[in-house]
Ligand binder design. Structure first.
Ligand SMILES: [Fe+2]
Length: 296
C-alpha cells in the first residue's frame, strides 16, 4: 500500500505551545501540502480532566463534542452542568493553545486566521458506521455538501490525547495537483442556476461556486473509487499519543484509519492571505481549467 513517492510529513522538535517555542515562519511548508508533525507536543490534561477521555460524554447524536465560536458554546455533549462546564474549559484551552501555535508557525496569517469549530472526538474511528460519502477512512480532501467554502482554506491542528498508547492512524496520498488532474476531465460543470437554487432552498449555507462543485466532486469521486483507494500513491502515518499535527485538510489527501481521543481545531483563512496564493487548491484548479471558479 505504501509508496515511497509519498513523503508529506515533516517533523519538528517543539516541546512548547507558547510563543517562545522552537519553530516559526514555516508557511511555505504547510502551503506546499505537507503535514507538520510535532511528536513531542502533547496537550496536557489536568488529573480531573482525564475522566473526559470516555465516549460517554458524547451525546450519541453528534459524532463529536465541539465548541462553536465566537461564544465557545458546547455542542454534542451530555452530562451534568458542572461537568459540561469543565469539559468546555478543557476544549477551549486547546483552542487557545492551537491559535498561539498557529500564529507562531504562520505569522503571515496574523489578523486573518478565523477560529472555526474546536472538536473533541472521544469515539473510536473504527466504531463509526457511515455512508461511503461520510466514510473518512477513505482518502479524500475535505469538502462539504452543505457548507461551500468559496475558496476559503481549512487549516487544522490535531492532537492525539489517547491515554492508553493508541496511535491516530492516517493514510496520506498524492499531491493535490496530481489528484485534481486524475478526475478533472470527467467532471461536468454545474447546471446553470443550480447554485442559486441550492442556496435558496437551504441545501447549501451559501452559494456553491464552481470551485466548491469541483472540490466536492474530487471528494466524492475519490471516496467512491475503490481502485484509487487501493492502489494510488499513499503512505501510512501513525501519530502517537502526545503528537500534534497541522495541515491544510482541503489540500492534503488524508484518511483516518483508526484511533480514539483526539482534539482538533479548525481555522479558516481566505486564500489571498496565504504567503503563496498560487499554492492553493483554488489557484491550481483555476490554472488547470483555465477559468475563474468563484464567479457565477
Ligand atoms: Fe477529512
Amino acid at each position: 500500500m505504501a509508496d515511497a513517492g509519498v513523503d508529506v510529513v515533516r517533523e519538528y522538535d517543539d516541546r512548547s505551545w507558547a510563543e517562545d517555542g522552537l519553530t516559526r515562519a514555516v508557511e511555505d511548508v504547510v502551503e506546499s501540502g505537507h503535514v507538520l508533525a510535532f511528536p513531542h507536543l502533547a496537550f496536557a490534561l489536568a488529573d480531573a480532566e482525564r475522566r473526559f477521555l470516555d465516549p460517554r460524554w458524547a451525546d450519541g447524536k453528534a459524532k463529536n463534542v465541539s465548541l462553536r465560536w465566537p461564544a465557545g458554546e458546547l455542542r454534542g455533549a451530555s452530562g451534568e452542568p458542572g461537568d459540561l462546564a469543565a469539559l468546555q474549559r478543557m476544549i477551549a484551552r486547546y483552542a487557545d493553545r492551537s491559535e498561539t501555535l498557529a500564529l507562531r508557525l504562520f505569522p503571515h496569517y496574523r489578523g486573518q486566521l478565523r477560529r472555526g469549530n474546536t472538536s473533541f472526538r472521544p469515539v473510536d474511528v473504527a466504531g463509526r458506521v457511515r455512508s461511503w460519502r461520510q466514510d473518512d477512512t477513505r482518502l479524500h480532501v475535505d469538502a462539504f455538501p452543505s457548507n461551500p467554502m468559496q475558496g476559503t482554506r481549512l487549516l487544522r491542528v490535531f492532537c492525539n490525547v489517547n491515554p492508553s498508547g493508541a496511535a491516530r492512524r492516517w493514510r496520506v496520498g498524492e499531491p493535490f495537483e496530481a489528484h485534481a488532474r486524475r478526475y478533472l476531465d470527467a467532471i461536468q460543470r454545474p447546471l446553470p442556476g443550480s447554485a442559486w437554487l441550492m442556496a435558496a432552498a437551504g441545501i447549501t449555507k451559501r452559494r456553491r461556486t464552481e470551485y466548491d462543485h469541483l472540490m466536492l466532486q474530487l471528494h466524492d469521486r475519490a471516496k467512491a473509487d475503490a481502485e484509487f483507494q487501493r492502489s494510488s500513491p499513499q503512505a501510512r502515518v501513525d501519530f502517537a499519543p502526545g503528537t500534534t499535527w497541522v495541515c491544510f485538510s482541503d489540500q492534503v489527501l488524508h484518511a483516518a484509519m483508526g484511533g480514539q481521543h483526539m482534539l482538533e481545531q479548525t481555522f479558516q483563512l481566505d486564500a489571498p492571505h496565504l504567503a503563496q496564493p498560487a499554492s492553493a487548491p483554488l489557484a491550481i484548479l483555476e490554472r488547470l481549467t483555465g477559468r475563474a471558479l468563484l464567479s457565477a
